[in-house]
Design a protein around this ligand. Sequence first.
Ligand SMILES: [Zn+2]
Length: 388
Amino acid sequence: MEQTLTITCKLRPTPEQALKIEALLKAFADACNFVNQSVKPSVTSKTTIQSQVYHDIREQFGLSANQAVRVCARVGANRKTAKLKHKPVKAFRPTSADYDARIFAFREKDSTVSLTLLGGREHIRLDIGNYQRGRLKGRKPTSAQLCQHRDGFYYIHIQLTDDAPEPIKSDKVIGVDLGRREIAKTSTGQGWDGKQLNQVRDRFSRVRASLQKKASKGTKSSRRRCRQVLQRLSGRERRFQQWLNHAISAAIIREAKALNAAVAIEDLTGIRERTNQQPRSKTERRRSNSWAFYQLRQFLAYKAIKEGIELVVVPPAYTSQTCHCCNHIGLRSKKSFNCGHCGWQGDADLNGAINISKLGAVVSLPRGSGLFCSLEQAVSGLPKAPSL
Ligand SMILES: [Zn+2]
């Protein structure tokens, strides 16, 4: 099994190089927009796109042969994603361009990348720390994206592909319930309270509110100062969240490894499109729409692959309302769960996590997990579901 890790590195271009990067990004986006307008919208194959417009791209936008190929691939890929969401591809903005082995190389000895820009190759210095240096040590990456982030600086996203061990089949499954009362709760009873996180969030939001107020009044220089502080704070909040997500996902994977178990989480892909029409609770919306939970799921997924842990996704319906003892629908009120059928009472998140682990076992094991109602014998001798 293969796993790809993306390393983001800030670039330190000279002013001349920065102008060339800007021109390249613009040419790449212009070419994408040209292709998107001139090739029939239903065509998504990059080879078909290439056969129709390759020569036009080379003539009109000053891109190299491989860059023209990357343009066709980008439009094709974006069209495929858009098709899944039943939306057309919108315009391409000049914020990123794709690179492959022919037009991109990483040089370890002086921490530079060489990139084909318009009119030739440029060696650009990387502004990187120990993490990136360690990851890139001894590697010859073959694909990357040149990007301009919202902070206005240029970055290179470098892909590193590794062989990951084949996941071990196991009859044990740890269910993980993400982002209800707690940030995460496992069926084995491990939990991460959202309290500390919420306190930090609230503190940030208070500070933000007061700074925003100041930024709208005051002198020109104090307004500018407030905006700078706001920008720095947004980075700190994001880094705190990232650190926490790393810690939680690492602990879950560590436990799975120790128990030789698979990990099950709820499948929330597409839930935004499917369920936003129906009224949903605030927690439910946060669970599926927030980038922080999306990030935690992604961290879990890539750590699982890396460690050879099987990760299964289960349908999210009813995992929080069903009683894990008797599989009847019970009553959930805030932190606790009450089953009117068998009388089980306890932590609602734990109940959800155990349900996810049982559903996960259905997915990962052919012989099932015993997830069914127990049937009573009717007078006629036929099985009968017990009445609620
Ligand atoms: Zn029950």
